[in-house]
Ligand binder design. Structure first.
Ligand SMILES: [Zn+2]
Length: 126
């Protein structure tokens, strides 16, 4: 015997009777002249079901706009960060700034970034 079937029928009957009660309550309040109570309850129920969907959609939109996935310019470790926020690389600890969808090194104002060039001894003697 399947034990889940009676529960399923009971849940369906419960949902049907609940909505029927809600409908009868609405008709009763409308006939008495308190239809605004039913309308406000209806709006409240609709808001309860629609508000989470709107909130989830908004959070997903915000995350897609502000999450940046890139690699550290120093060590090449790939990770995710928030746009327009300064942070540190979790692998090497380098301070990083996230702008334009990419990670950039945070360089202090009085620092000059140079590339080392190897000069041969023969070139200096000439
Ligand atoms: Zn790094």
């Amino acid at each position: 015997m399947n034990n889940k079937f009676p529960k399923f029928v009971w849940l369906n009957n419960f949902g049907f009777s609940c909505s029927l009660t809600f409908l009868l309550l609405g008709l009763f309040l409308g006939s008495v002249g308190l239809g605004w109570i039913f309308n406000s309850l209806l709006i409240l129920v609709v808001l309860i079901f629609i508000a989470p969907a709107i909130i989830i959609w908004r959070v997903r939109w915000w995350l897609q706009r502000d999450l940046v996935e890139d690699k550290c310019p120093v060590c090449g470790y790939g990770f995710t960060g928030f746009n327009k926020i300064e942070g540190q690389c979790p692998n090497c600890g380098e301070p990083l700034k996230i702008e334009g969808g990419h990670f950039h090194r945070v360089i202090p104002l009085d620092t000059i970034d140079i590339d080392a060039v190897e000069v041969s001894v023969n070139q200096l003697e000439d």
